[in-house]
Design a protein around this ligand. Structure first.
Ligand SMILES: Cc1ncc(COP(=O)(O)O)c(C=O)c1O
Ligand SMILES: Nc1ccccc1C(=O)C[C@H](N)C(=O)O
Length: 455
């Protein structure tokens, strides 16, 4: 994999060969011309400046610079048609839709599986779409967190996403333990944002006697740091501790090999880089080695969708549990929540996570390179700089400017990104629709705002 240094050198060399400065639009244009994924931008709706207040002026039709896929990915153009098809089926066939067509509702969760398996590096029998992220976290925690007075601790990271923290706290309380005593929070490094691999591993080794489970993010929501998932998962296997990952910010962003790494369980939402739409159905992974554990060996909360499809409608009171992750399904999935996820995965399936990652390293690397050269007096990049440790997102910490003021000025100039108090801007160029020229324009806009705003 390229290093931050070798990437910077490649931008400098390209600029030199074009006889232009590194912040020249010529360089950005060249990078766009060389981009194998450039045509994918056409597959998505890009919000335009005039969206909130339609205007006849051309300037208002200009696309926004959308750098917020860490919160919500853009809408693929064919999502609407797919949804309308299902509305038509409902209108014209009503209950017949359960067994009609290639996306029959009674088995619609089968449709995204092959695509999803590729995106997260799983066997098709290890993944499904169900519920939402925090609900799936709870379902897996209920099965995998079986505390005993000796082994009752869960390891998470300090500054975990609050929903994950609340889920863990409530599970501990549910078993009659106390979050104060049963949660180990790995401390961040001195920067207060990122985590060292050794600190994580040391905490695991130091607490091996009392640790029951580890729940960490694949990519941290605040810093954008990629956690060493493989190393953590292999260590946990060696030590016989269950490990689960929250992949909200990792799925569709960085390549994952959940099966090979031996992760016990993982869950994610589909509305960020996966572009499945606001509140879209979530995803879940359960490693094959747990597939044949029934509800006695791996106790869980079940519903009728956990029952094998062949016998589901025999309506018996005894559960005929489907092996693997399907045995964790509770309810029949919401069709209007899963269809946009299928639509988005169909776009992903025309490329690969490898290609997406290749461009992402270049695109986010270019962003970091420009920021460091142009505005490092005013901004610290808190995301680790090495490509192996970041995905699409860079988290920018304002050294002296007011966050709200800067964010408002960016919004006025057509940049969409988000903030985390007190001083962090999150920006995430996404390979399937962002361009190098947008990245350059963003840095120029931010630079001019920082120069013209009081610090
Ligand atoms: C890391 C993380 N955990 C949990 C959530 C909450 O997800 P949901 O509301 O889908 O349960 C989010 C938000 O997307 C998140 O980023
Ligand atoms: N679903 C949302 C609804 C409203 C506002 C934000 C979200 C987010 O997803 C935030 C994201 N999880 C984050 O990393 O902060």
């Amino acid at each position: 994999m390229q290093t931050a240094n070798s990437l910077s050198m490649s931008f400098l060399t390209l600029a030199e060969s074009l006889h232009c400065a590194v912040n020249d639009v010529l360089l950005a244009t060249k990078l766009d011309e060389q981009d194998n994924l450039a045509s994918f931008r056409e597959e998505f709706y890009i919000p335009s400046l005039g969206e909130e207040q339609p205007s006849p002026f051309d300037e208002q039709q200009k696309p926004k610079i959308y750098l917020c896929s860490n919160s919500l990915g853009l809408q693929p153009k064919h999502t609407e048609k797919k949804l309308l098809n299902h509305l038509e089926t409902w209108k014209n066939r009503a209950v017949g839709g359960h067994f009609f067509g290639t996306e029959a509702w009674a088995s619609i969760e089968d449709v995204p599986i092959p695509y999803l398996a590729k995106v997260v590096g799983a066997l098709p029998s290890e993944v499904t779409c169900m519920n939402s992220l925090t609900v799936n976290l709870h379902l897996f925690l209920l099965a995998f967190y079986r505390p005993t007075p000796r082994k009752h601790k869960i390891l998470i990271e300090a500054s975990a996403f609050p929903s994950d923290d609340y889920a863990v706290q409530s599970q501990i309380l549910l078993h009659g333990y106390s979050p104060e005593e049963s949660i180990i929070r790995v401390a961040a490094k001195e920067d207060g944002f990122t985590f060292s691999e050794n600190d994580v591993l040391d905490e695991i080794y130091n607490n091996v006697e009392s640790l029951c489970l580890i729940l960490l993010p694949g990519v941290h929501y605040l810093s954008g740091q990629v956690f060493p998932m493989e190393k953590i998962a292999r260590t946990c296997q060696e030590l016989d501790i269950f490990v689960g990952f929250d992949l909200a910010h990792a799925v569709g962003n960085v390549p994952l090999h959940l099966h090979d790494w031996g992760v016990d369980f993982a869950c994610w939402c589909s509305y960020k880089y996966l572009c499945g739409g606001p509140g879209a159905i979530g995803g879940a992974f359960l490693h094959y080695r747990h597939a044949n554990k029934g509800i006695k060996e791996l106790p869980r909360l079940v519903g009728w969708w956990a029952n094998r499809r062949e016998t589901r409608f025999q309506m018996k009171s005894s559960l005929d549990c489907t092996p693997g992750v399907f045995g964790f399904q509770v309810s029949n999935p919401s069709v209007f929540s899963i269809v946009p996820v299928i639509a988005a995965l169909e776009v992903f399936d025309r490329t690969s996570m490898l290609q997406i990652r290749e461009k992402s390293i270049q695109l986010t690397g270019y962003l970091a390179f420009l920021i460091e050269r142009e505005i490092s007096d005013d901004i610290d990049i808190i995301t680790p700089r090495e490509p192996s440790q970041h995905g699409c997102q860079l988290s920018l910490r304002l050294k002296r400017h007011n966050l709200k003021q800067v964010h408002e000025a960016l919004t006025c100039r057509g940049v969409v990104c988000d903030t985390r108090q007190p001083d962090v801007l999150r920006v995430a160029p996404f390979p399937l629709y962002n361009t190098y020229r947008e990245v350059l324009e963003f840095v120029q806009i931010l630079s001019s705002i920082l120069r013209s705003t009081n610090s």
